[in-house]
Design a protein around this ligand. Structure first.
Ligand code: ATP
Ligand code: MG
Length: 240
């Protein structure tokens, strides 16, 4: 689905991504780990062209998304995004948060948007909270609404940027369980995080990003136990 080749991103003379190679296949739940500042968010932002890559190639559904004539709006609509801070509208109900983009971007009629939104909330076990406001929800519930909102747009892939770093372990588990269920349903997901707990709960294969390159792709056990790479040992030693 997504093919990243030799991706380079510089900010001024600071090299953030230094030749990243990554493949996302349909149905993958892929986790990218790395310490703070390793370029995880920058990588995601390059993939939906919120940042202009400095070099390399990104192919999405067979199309080079760095070409000049790419429809960036269409690209972004086909990529769902879930953030650390949920980014829900506090003055809108749960249901309105999910219907908003369906109305505005997909131009669905009100009744259709509502049906679709309720179906997605149902999928995330949040339908009974549809009339509440974000302030009335727990962190884990807010994140599930944010996921429902992303899925409502029928994206080809959903990106998660530190989806659990604002959550306690119990709520992290809740979000991880949902991501696993969506994985079983065939939803393609790419999740960047430095949360070892989350990575262990959702993935058996983790991509480790360090100093702008992919240092390893292995199971979380392999990475955390006896990896030969000293940068990887340092990361897991510090955070385990
Ligand atoms: P964290 O785990 O803290 O979220 P990260 O791995 O997501 O970190 P990025 O946010 O991708 O890291 O940032 C990587 C580096 O790029 C950092 O050193 C940051 O200061 C730098 N950076 C990010 N965005 C910009 C920008 N717009 N201009 C200049 N430097 C930037
Ligand atoms: Mg980040």
């Amino acid at each position: 689905l997504i093919e990243v080749r030799d991706l380079v991103k510089k900010f001024g003379d600071q090299v953030i991504l230094n030749g990243v190679n990554l493949d996302i296949y349909e149905g993958d739940l892929k986790v990218v780990m790395g310490s703070s500042g390793s370029g995880k968010s920058t990588l995601l932002r390059c993939l939906n062209r919120l940042e202009e890559p400095t070099g390399g190639k990104i192919v999405f559904r067979g199309e080079n998304i760095m070409a000049a004539d790419v429809d960036v709006r269409a690209l972004r609509q086909s990529i769902g995004f879930v953030f650390q801070q949920f980014a829900l509208y506090r003055h809108l109900s749960v249901l309105e948060n999910v219907t908003l983009a369906l109305r505005k971007l997909k131009k669905l009629p009100a009744a259709e948007a509502k049906d679709k939104a309720l179906a997605e909330l149902e999928r995330l076990n949040m339908a009974s909270h549809a009339g509440k406001y974000p302030s009335q929800l727990s962190g884990g519930q807010k994140q599930r609404v944010a996921i429902a909102r992303a899925l409502a747009m029928d994206p080809a892939v959903v990106f998660f940027d530190e989806p659990t770093s604002a959550l306690d372990p119990l709520m992290t588990r809740e979000v991880a369980d949902m991501m696993n269920r969506l994985h079983d349903e065939g939803v393609t997901m790419l999740c960047v995080t430095h949360d070892l707990k989350l990575a262990g709960q959702i993935s058996d294969k983790v991509v480790f990003l360090d100093k702008g390159v992919v240092r390893a792709e292995a199971s979380i056990e392999t990475l955390s136990q006896d990896h030969a790479d000293e940068r990887i040992r340092a990361f897991f030693g510090r955070e385990a």
